[in-house]
Design a protein around this ligand. Structure first.
Ligand code: MN
Length: 292
């Protein structure tokens, strides 16, 4: 029998702020971690656009050209469609159930917008952007994309159980997810029918949290409600989730990167000098070019 992971904190959605004019996000971390930037390492930032409706608009809302260096952005879309373009010539559309895993590494410029047709029609919109830190030895890796469609996620399901787990990265009860990562990262999306439950283990040393995308659940006997984020203590392995309603839960767990973190704006590095270098390189055009 594994020991239960107890819940450290449950964070209510903080007041939202706009990223550009297309993303209305609640920043659960690092904003709510009282300066402890490493608390959920290797995860550095979580922006959550809770379910809302955008009115139609001809000119797509979004965020214009900006750089990143030293980490990865992982964009999950639950409702709506997000388009992106970058200075390496990559572009694409992230649809419902898809994920875009972008390794910024040594540096990219990109822009993120509502997809044209979605913008024209407007409609329900819900998304997550997660920043996964890179260890020092990989911070300057060549930028790359993993466009992972809904069909490509690993699926763990016992049909009569009322539980389904989509595996993005790592391995859930023998089912492995498609995303390649630089450090061990487990990301699952669990859907539970009302009245069903699931039990699974994650290593005690891994920093672990979950975001309630939809519904209300009991997690190791604590109630976690819609749009809340729960952080686990590093005191056990076992997580039991029981659904009070039909629920969707995003589970994040990873081996901590034990290195100093120095972050400013769109860069996540180890030292202040590396941040200054990132701004110098950006100002000198070394991140390439992307039309606004
Ligand atoms: Mn970005």
């Amino acid at each position: 029998m594994s020991i239960q992971k107890s819940i450290d904190r449950i964070i209510a959605p903080p007041p939202p702020h706009m990223v550009g004019d297309g993303f209305r996000v609640h920043n659960f971390f690092p904003g709510e971690l009282d300066g402890n930037l490493a608390r959920l390492s290797p995860f550095f930032l979580l922006d959550y656009n809770a379910l809302m409706e955008w009115p139609p608009r001809e000119e797509p809302r979004g965020v214009g050209v900006h750089p990143h260096r030293g980490f990865e952005t992982v964009t999950f879309v639950y409702h709506g469609r997000v388009a992106h373009h970058d200075s390496a010539g990559n572009s694409g559309v992230i649809g419902e159930g898809d994920v875009q895993w972008m390794t910024a590494g040594s540096g990219v410029l990109h822009k993120e917008y509502h997809e044209k047709e979605f913008s024209r029609k407007g409609g329900l919109y819900q998304m997550v952007q997660l920043w996964v830190n890179l260890p020092a030895k990989h911070k300057m890796t060549t930028p790359k994309y993993q466009a992972i469609t809904a069909k490509e996620w690993g699926i763990y399901e016992i049909p009569e159980s009322g539980a389904k787990v989509r595996v993005l990265s790592g391995t859930f009860k023998g089912v492995t997810g498609p995303a390649s990562t630089f450090t061990p990262v487990e990301i699952y999306e669990i859907t539970l029918k009302k009245g069903s439950a699931i039990s699974f283990d994650l290593p005690q040393t891994y920093n672990t949290g979950l975001l309630m995308i939809k519904g209300d659940v009991l997690v190791n006997t604590r109630e976690v409600t819609e749009n809340h984020f729960a952080i686990f203590k590093n005191d056990g392995e076992n997580i039991v989730i029981k659904a009070d309603k039909d629920s969707t839960i995003l589970v994040l767990s990873g081996e901590p990167i034990h290195e100093p973190i120095f972050s400013y704006g769109p860069f996540v590095m180890n030292t202040r000098d590396e941040i200054i270098k990132a701004y110098d390189d950006f100002n000198n055009g070394l991140f390439g070019y992307l039309e606004d």
